[in-house]
Design a protein around this ligand. Structure first.
Ligand SMILES: [Zn+2]
Length: 113
C-alpha cells in the first residue's frame, strides 16, 4: 500500500473514531430523561422501545469503535490493509468503504456462506 493511501485511511479512521466518541458520549448523557412522569401505557412502551433502540445503537457504536481502535493499532504495527485470515492485501476500494475492516472481501464472504 502506498504511504499516501495509508495516510488517507488513517485520517478516515480518526475522523470516524471522533464521530463515534461524540455520539456515544451524547447518548450516555441523555439516557433516560423526561419520560417517567407522563403518559399512559402505550406512551411508556414506546419510550421503552426507544430506549432499547438507543442502547442497541450504542452497543453497535461501541463495537465499531473497538474495530476502529484495532485498525489504528494495525496501522501503527504496519499490518494495516492485510487480511488477517489469508494474508492477502485488502483492496483499496474495500478499505475506502470500510476502513476498519481486517479481512479481504473473499474471506468476508466465506464468513457468511
Ligand atoms: Zn482474506
Amino acid at each position: 500500500m502506498k504511504k499516501s493511501e495509508l495516510t488517507q485511511h488513517k485520517k478516515a479512521l480518526h475522523a470516524k473514531k471522533q464521530d463515534l466518541e461524540r455520539s456515544i458520549g451524547k447518548k450516555g448523557l441523555t439516557g433516560r430523561s423526561g419520560t417517567d412522569a407522563h403518559g399512559d401505557f402505550a406512551d411508556r412502551s414506546t419510550a421503552a422501545n426507544e430506549e432499547e433502540i438507543s442502547i442497541q445503537l450504542k452497543q453497535t457504536d461501541a463495537k465499531l469503535l473497538r474495530a476502529i481502535e484495532d485498525a489504528l493499532g494495525r496501522v501503527e504495527a504496519g499490518a494495516y490493509g492485510v487480511c488477517v485470515d489469508c494474508d492477502d492485501e485488502i483492496s483499496a476500494t474495500r478499505l475506502e468503504a470500510v476502513p476498519w475492516t481486517k479481512v479481504c472481501i473473499a474471506c468476508k464472504e466465506k464468513q457468511y456462506s
